[in-house]
Design a protein around this ligand. Structure first.
Ligand SMILES: [Zn+2]
Length: 286
């Protein structure tokens, strides 16, 4: 599953290649999109803006419509110079959007829809613009209030809700809680306002640090002595706790634990010593 920073990078690269330029071609294997294009040709319009909202990538056209795609597990947008060979087979193509210099190709995107501005504003599945931790409009106070609204839920589960804090994926969830010393199984109601504000700030900081031009697809929250270029480095070498169960905590040496969390049973990693429950109670689990 691509994390929010990956989608953000795709949006940024696509924005550079597409924004302000006339669209010279549009095709799709998805009937809803081709029908829309038949009625309101996208060819000839320009791309106004490309943005990420959590795991959604939105392409806004000058005619007022927006193409929204969700990558789920296997979907991706690739950007090619005109004439360049695709890195995935043509049968995986779902959408092609091209201008004079570039082809943007969506491969195996499972969800793709075109919205009018009004329909986009009404769509509850797509996070609002100010909820993306990487967005210019991100509002930390509003984000903290959205977290508070889930008082009875565990913070680890709430951090993953894209309507609450878009752009935070499962890797970041564990890392954010560790950095702030918050137990991921702690109910929101038990957290102080300061802790919630700190979690929001750290979410933005950690995700933003991973959209640097050179960060590739590897998520880095822990730098330690590790050189990023080390050959044979494992992805978890650059993380505090994620995928490190059974290993030693980088701060205290205790054993990193893991456990499935929430209705979606997403795996959560934490250090019991560095991330105690507020009342000192122990929790069940491996
Ligand atoms: Zn620890």
């Amino acid at each position: 599953m691509p994390e929010g920073d990956t989608i953000f990078r795709s949006a940024r690269a696509m924005g550079r290649a597409l924004v302000g330029k006339p669209i010279t071609g549009f095709r799709s294997t998805l009937p809803l999109l081709t029908r829309f294009h038949d009625d309101n040709p996208i060819t000839g319009q320009t791309v106004d803006r490309v943005e990420s909202r959590g795991k959604w990538l939105l392409i806004h056209f000058s005619g007022g419509a927006t193409l929204a795609t969700h990558m789920l597990m296997n979907g991706s947008w690739h950007l090619y110079r005109t004439g360049e060979r695709w890195h995935r087979p043509a049968r995986d193509m779902r959408i092609v959007l091209e201008n004079h210099d570039y082809q943007a190709v969506a491969f195996t995107v499972p969800i793709a829809r075109i919205y009018t501005a009004q329909a986009l504003a009404r769509e509850k599945r797509i996070p609002p613009e100010n909820s993306d931790v990487l967005g210019d409009q991100f509002d930390p106070t509003a984000a903290a209030a959205r977290i508070r609204a889930h008082a009875e839920k565990e913070i680890g589960e709430v951090l993953l809700r894209q309507q609450v804090l878009a752009g935070v994926g499962n890797v970041f969830k564990s890392e954010i809680c560790f950095v702030e010393g918050v137990n991921p199984f702690c109910r929101v109601a038990w957290l102080t306002d300061m802790q919630i504000a700190a979690l929001v700030g750290t979410a933005r900081k950690l995700v933003a640090a991973n959209v640097l031009e050179d960060s590739g697809n590897m998520i880095v929250t822990y730098r330690g002595q590790q050189r990023r270029t080390t050959h044979g480095a494992k992805p978890q070498d650059s993380l505090w706790v994620y995928n490190r169960f059974g290993g030693e905590c980088r701060r205290c040496g205790s054993t990193i634990r893991h456990r499935l969390q929430g209705a979606d049973a997403r795996v959560t990693f934490w250090c019991e010593s560095c991330q105690p429950m507020p009342d000192g109670s122990n929790i069940d689990g491996a």
